[in-house]
Design a protein around this ligand. Structure first.
Ligand SMILES: Cc1cc2nc3c(=O)[nH]c(=O)nc-3n(C[C@H](O)[C@H](O)[C@H](O)COP(=O)(O)OP(=O)(O)OC[C@H]3O[C@@H](n4cnc5c(N)ncnc54)[C@H](O)[C@@H]3O)c2cc1C
Ligand SMILES: *[C@@H]1O[C@H](CO)[C@@H](O)[C@H](O)[C@H]1NC(C)=O
Ligand SMILES: *[C@@H]1O[C@H](CO)[C@@H](O)[C@H](O)[C@H]1NC(C)=O
Ligand SMILES: *[C@@H]1O[C@H](CO)[C@@H](O)[C@H](O)[C@H]1NC(C)=O
Length: 591
């Protein structure tokens, strides 16, 4: 195993080098940095993952930090009066598509909700909470819980703002009640939109539960106006009991997913295809007097030693470079074993995992993100762009519930051809399967749906093809084209959005509302248009590698590095970049 040896010594060498570096440099506290940075020549908006590459793409002339609704109104008014475009940004900027990026030509004012984050009003009689747009999810949850209430739906990640989370349709998992998407719990929104001169160039719309405009505003990708306040329904404080069942009986997923979602209010399923393992999340409400004060401190969102994050990344890069799929399988096996050991980060008493079930308050069980608050200089979120840590793609496809079983069967066929091809996703979270309910939001799901997330290695250099590139592309095309899945608005590569407008039966109603609220497209840019309208970009050399296009010629892949445009293996209509040994002639290539 000379290769393995070399790998180990390289990693060890790398760790030693890092230890040395760490001992001589003082790094400031790794709480996430502010996404907006300004200088005398203007401002730049960054994504918190560092996912946007070229920094000039997302620049604006200035940023303003309103603290009240009146200041927010006057900022929009100022922009409209001066013919500026507007993009609303948050203190987190966790969305991967460039929805918040300003128009490249012309001048844009960024309005940040970073300091508009103090107002939280609980209406105990009507069971609702109204929060300022910039209030963080954790802040909101803690406020609501301390008054004896719970927010029932939230994404698994708490590093989001109230307005940001609804604007992209973010969700947890549930087919019960109003369902797992946060926007489906919205009962009112206050939004500032452009106005006429006599209206002072900006006006405040207060949309109540019965207003049809709310169906546009509660999931609006930031293109309708600046959301000032969000009113969400709440319930009496609740407790949950969570058990993860790690099982190797994976054949059942397509037979049991519907039943599973119906049986457990907060059900989800994680499939690790290369490990032939499925993890069923049994997650239900329990009476408030059930004993337990547990915490769900999801392992992927805990502060990570920077040293470890960087060595994991270095190892991953090395395995990529040496095309070592088996090496990836080793790390996937270790990772899964560790997750099982620590119950994915559940902690019975708030400190450690000692066995199932873990019972705790909703406020501590639904959503997590302890890496956000890491104060130690040597830890951070694993993907913090300031370190050489993890860098990955997140594909998230939303299926009509009835189509999902066939998708799973196709994925299994693809897996069975060569299980080790899937170690790359199993190194992250495998395929995470969640449930969201039919919604009245125009850009939400019109029927009960199943959501699948999978993460995989992204190269730092966009022109570097990836190990099993063809497999990820086939998965992506299976989901989005064969089964017509819809892309999550806050995730995915560009190709996932192709034709997205035709997948939403009420898309035209959204556009009509947009024309009414923002007729001059003040809140849109070519970047948000590209997502909303899902247009195909110009096909340049290598475009398929980064998911900017689907290949139709070899040059869209990387023939110089041995990657040619080929057919899918299970979904023959797919067009993917596949590595072909140089001895083989690229016969399956499409001209
Ligand atoms: C580690 C991680 C885990 C995640 N897990 C989940 C998950 O479990 N489920 C899920 O569904 N998603 C998940 N996401 C995605 C996340 O929920 C979304 O990206 C969310 O939209 C981010 O919120 P934000 O506050 O950072 O908003 P941003 O990313 O800053 O903004 C999102 C959009 O909202 C607009 N916007 C924000 N505020 C306003 C406002 N006041 N008025 C008008 N427009 C506004 C912006 O212009 C932009 O278009 C995860 C993301 C990360 C990083
Ligand atoms: C940006 O706006 C602030 C006020 O919010 C102002 O003081 C500053 O001069 C502006 N900068 C530029 C470059 O316009
Ligand atoms: C775990 O799931 C498998 C497959 O559904 C099932 O056969 C088994 O009984 C479950 N185990 C427990 C402890 O619930
Ligand atoms: C919880 O309260 C109910 C009554 O509301 C009672 O019947 C039950 O025994 C209590 N359970 C525990 C564990 O205290």
């Amino acid at each position: 195993m000379a290769g393995g040896h070399r790998l180990c010594s390289q990693i060890l060498g790398f760790i030693h080098a890092l230890q040395f570096l760490c001992s001589i440099t003082t790094v400031h506290g790794k709480v996430p940095q502010s996404p907006v940075e300004c200088s005398s020549s203007g401002c730049i908006l960054r994504n918190s993952y560092g996912a946007w590459g070229d920094r000039r793409d997302c620049s604006a002339i200035n940023v303003t930090y309103p603290t009240t609704e009146e200041q927010l109104r006057s900022a929009v008014s100022y922009a409209v009066r001066n013919n500026l475009k507007v993009k609303v940004v948050t203190k987190f900027s966790h969305t991967i598509p460039k929805l918040a990026c300003p128009q490249s030509a012309g001048a844009t004012l960024l309005i940040s909700t970073e300091k508009y984050d103090s107002g939280i009003e609980i209406d105990a009689v009507n069971m609702a909470v109204t929060a300022d747009a910039g209030v963080g999810l954790r802040q909101l949850i803690d406020a609501v819980e301390s008054e004896g209430f719970s927010l029932v739906a939230a994404p698994y990640w708490e590093g989001v703002t109230v307005a940001g989370v609804i604007s992209t349709g973010a969700h947890g998992s549930s087919w019960w009640g109003k369902g797992g998407s946060v926007h489906d719990h919205v009962v009112g929104i206050t939004v500032v939109v452009p106005g006429s001169r006599s209206e002072g160039y900006a006006k405040v719309l207060r949309l109540e539960a019965q207003d049809p405009m709310l169906n546009a505003a509660k999931l609006s990708l930031g293109v309708l106006g600046a959301i000032s306040k969000v009113k969400l329904s709440i319930e009496h404080r609740l407790k949950r009991s969570i058990t993860y069942n790690f099982t190797e009986k994976e054949d059942l997923i397509e037979d049991v997913y519907v039943e599973h979602a119906k049986k457990y209010e907060f059900a989800d399923i994680t499939w690790y295809p290369s490990r032939h393992t499925v993890v069923y999340r049994y997650d239900s409400r329990v009476p408030l007097n059930a004993s337990g004060d547990g915490l769900n401190d999801f392992i992927g969102f805990q502060p990570n030693s920077i040293l470890i994050s960087e060595s994991v990344r270095a190892a991953e890069k090395l395995l990529e470079r040496t095309r070592n799929a088996n090496g990836k399988c080793l790390t996937a096996a270790t990772t899964l074993g560790f997750k099982k050991l620590v119950g994915n980060g559940l902690k019975n008493n708030g400190r450690m995992f000692s066995g199932y079930p873990v019972v705790g308050y909703q406020g501590k069980m639904q959503t997590s993100g302890s890496c956000l608050y890491s104060t130690r200089f040597d830890t951070s979120c694993a993907w913090d762009p300031r370190i050489k840590g993890l860098f990955f793609y997140e594909s998230t496809a939303i299926f009509p519930a009835s189509a999902f079983g066939d998708f799973i069967r196709d994925v299994r066929k693809l897996r069975d051809l060569k299980p080790e091809n899937f170690c790359g996703v199993d190194n992250y979270n495998g395929l995470l399967i969640r449930f969201i309910k039919a919604s009245s939001a125009y850009l939400g799901q019109h029927e009960d749906s199943v959501v699948v997330d999978f993460n995989y290695y992204r190269a730092n250099d966009p022109s570097d093809p990836r190990l099993n590139q063809d497999v990820w592309e086939e998965l992506e095309q299976l989901a989005f084209f064969k089964y017509g899945a819809k892309p999550h608005w806050a995730k995915n590569r560009k190709v996932a959005f192709l034709g997205v407008q035709h997948k939403y039966p009420k898309f035209d109603m959204f556009i009509a509302a947009k024309q009414k609220m923002d007729p001059q497209n003040v809140f849109s840019s070519e970047w948000s248009d590209a997502v909303l309208y899902g247009k195909e970009a110009e096909k340049v050399d290598g475009c398929a590698l980064e998911g900017l296009c689907i290949c139709s010629e070899d040059r869209h892949c990387s023939p110089q590095k041995g990657f040619y445009c080929s057919h899918g293996l299970v979904y023959k209509e797919a067009r993917v970049c596949r590595y072909l040994q140089s001895s083989m002639s690229p016969s399956s290539t499409i001209a």
